[in-house]
Ligand binder design. Sequence first.
Ligand code: AKB
Length: 337
Amino acid sequence: MPKPVVLVTGANGEIGKSLLHTVAAQGGFEVVTLDLSLPPDTIRSLVSASYAGNIMDRYLLDQVAAHHEVDTVFHLAALLSARGERDPELAHQVNVEGTLNVLRMAQNQSARLGRSVRFIFPSSIAVYGLPSLEEKRAVGRIREEQWNVPITMYGCNKLYCEHVGRYFNLYAHQMGNPSASRLDFRSIRLPGLISADSVPIGGTSDFGPGMIHAAASATPYSCSVRPDARIPFMATPDAVRALLDLASVDRERLTTSVYNIGAFSLSAAQIADRVKKAFPAARIDYEPDPVRTAILASWPEDVDDARARKDWGWEAAYPWDRAFDEYLVPNVTAKYR
Ligand code: AKB
């Protein structure tokens, strides 16, 4: 029996690499990747086929679909929030038009294969837009339907694509063809991620992982947000496990197409304190950037993930102490030794 095929876009990024390692360790899948360049040697051996190209290239996506009977898509390719504010039009192209191309390809596969292709979409806490720090504090753990008024192009893009994905879930019925297989779109609003393997590029939450990696590599770090800036964070392995768990759960258990997931919520100063305890020579100062400061002020302090817990049993394996002491410090130390 052929193995189920998993397509990962943006496979060379932080989440992609970690996802590929986890899927390879689980075994039983044929993995196909698509990114702007071919995967590095460290992950090339984990995949059965790789395509170098752009998700804006519909011809390339059709080629991928023609060569592989894709069962599940992890659509990770995106331009993050801070980078998106430098070039909002490009962000829209990649995050909206590119996503639409991948959705269209997956919907065509569902119809052609006569079975629902699962489409896993990492959305973001950037879809929230709190109007003031007072409201941010008052709201605390935000629910999925609250304050869906993002202030960044990236947040707008993610929110819109959540809706388009939900629309694709209904697509076959709306097109008057109830017997055609529908796309099975599922999404998670990820918090800021902290990986021990890589430093992210282009995100507003990059200061979290940035401080830790800089301290471990004995590099001074200038934090681009205020010490009291606080958002939810998560260790990358937890985020990857959440994406895989959501991909594998039976559709009947899902009551929505979009879920918050939480692990811990910290201010920049709290992360810096912990980093200095683990790496006493760490040099961290603050040079808040107005754009990043405004973006972080609009993101929630924490998320209410009751729906994910109830529907598919979400629970973070790495609360802050464990994430820092057992995952981040040993692995980041080893990386720069
Ligand atoms: C970003 O900072 O843009 C991302 C995110 C929270 O979605 N890490």
